[in-house]
Design a protein around this ligand. Structure first.
Ligand SMILES: [Zn+2]
Ligand SMILES: [Zn+2]
Length: 364
């Protein structure tokens, strides 16, 4: 069995500057060795670092216990300069609160205390993904099933279709390789569950992708939330009856349906226009609110509106996950900053001395 205390894993043997004494090469809390990074010359330690340029603090965040190790004060300054330069010139902002920002530069993540001055660019990530989907889709269209094996060898496997997948497609899938690849990836239903029509009690067990064009999008109860509504096949009612998905279930199903709907991806031009729509709306939530304001069928969205909605839905999801992580990071920062201020000697014991002096004086 693997025992960390008996078989410590050495950090990668990049040349470490002399100032990093052995004690600082490991987490101060759990003693796990920090992995080396190649992004920073002055702090080649750790995959996640935290720094506060105003107070001059620098921590390496442990990948095992997630606690923060304060680096020695005399060796911080040049490292802080390097980190500030890295986050200013090369890092991408992932998310931020009023107190801390989480940024990514190459393979490392940096928590910067203080608000970062840069615009949120997250939707360009999804933009790039949509453009990549389009290239793969085109690639699928240029080959017949006979050449499918060649596609696999050509790297399509990385995109989600294995040789076994090709076999499945040929036996179960749609008429073309594209249909089959989509079926293989998504299956037939965007949602499965147990719901009943509030009007006629008709049971709903699934929402199939092939019915997606008729799915209604309506404002949900949360900020920018979207409810999904399917017409009841028995009583014919819609909106106030039929199947209504809300909250997280609606969000998950919507993202799935949109990914299916845009299996062919989008051109860079369209992604750029869609991204601009989100920017002009103000945020991903604002875009969703505007798009579904009066209720709309998915089939009536139009190409650009649909792409914008997919980017916004993914962006909101990513933001949500980051916010959870950021709240945790902020709690860490508060605790570690308190400790750092003591370690760095800013909290002189004056109040305590003053109290003792008064006590003595009263006694005299
Ligand atoms: Zn640790
Ligand atoms: Zn009904």
């Amino acid at each position: 069995m693997y025992r960390r205390d008996r078989q410590p894993r050495a950090p990668r043997s990049l040349p470490l500057p002399n100032w990093i004494e052995p004690v600082y090469r490991r987490c101060l809390v759990c003693s796990s060795p920090f992995v080396a990074n190649e992004e920073l010359e002055r702090v080649p330690l750790g995959r996640r670092l935290a720094f506060d340029p105003d107070r001059g603090r620098l921590w390496v965040v442990c990948g095992t216990c997630r606690r923060w190790s304060l680096m020695p004060i005399d060796a911080r300054w040049e490292a802080l300069d390097e980190l500030e330069k890295l986050t200013r010139d090369r890092a991408r902002l992932l998310s931020q609160t009023d107190n801390i920002a989480l940024l990514r530069a190459g393979r490392i993540e940096v928590v910067r205390v203080g608000r970062a001055q840069r615009t949120e660019e997250a939707w360009w990530r999804y933009g790039r993904e949509l453009a990549a989907r389009r290239r793969k889709w085109k690639q699928l269209g240029t080959v017949g099933t006979v050449a499918a094996g060649a596609v696999v060898l050509g790297g399509w496997a990385a995109g989600g279709v294995s040789l076994f997948g090709i076999w499945l497609i040929m036996n179960n899938g749609g008429d073309t390789l594209r249909d089959g690849a989509r079926w293989l990836r998504f299956g037939t239903s965007a949602w499965r569950g147990e719901e009943r029509c509030p009007s006629c009690d008709h049971p709903f067990r699934a929402l199939d992708y092939r019915d997606r064009h008729g799915v209604g999008l309506f404002p949900g109860s949360g900020d920018g939330d979207v409810d999904l509504v399917a017409r009841c096949p028995r009583c014919g009612l819609y909106r106030d009856a039929g199947l209504r998905l809300t909250g997280d279930e609606a969000t998950r199903t919507l993202r799935r349906i949109l990914a299916y709907h845009h299996f062919a991806g989008a051109s860079e031009q369209r992604v750029r226009t869609a991204s601009r729509l989100i920017q002009e709306a103000g945020s991903a939530s604002d875009l969703q609110r505007i798009v579904v304001r009066d209720g709309k069928r998915l089939g009536d969205l139009g190409r650009t509106g649909g792409i914008a909605l997919e980017i916004a839905a993914n962006e909101r999801n990513e933001q949500h996950l980051l916010e959870l992580e950021l709240a945790e990071l902020e709690a860490h920062w508060r605790r570690e900053e308190e400790l750092a201020s003591i370690i760095d000697g800013e909290l002189t014991p004056l109040p305590l001395l003053e109290q003792m002096r008064r006590t003595l004086k009263a006694a005299v």
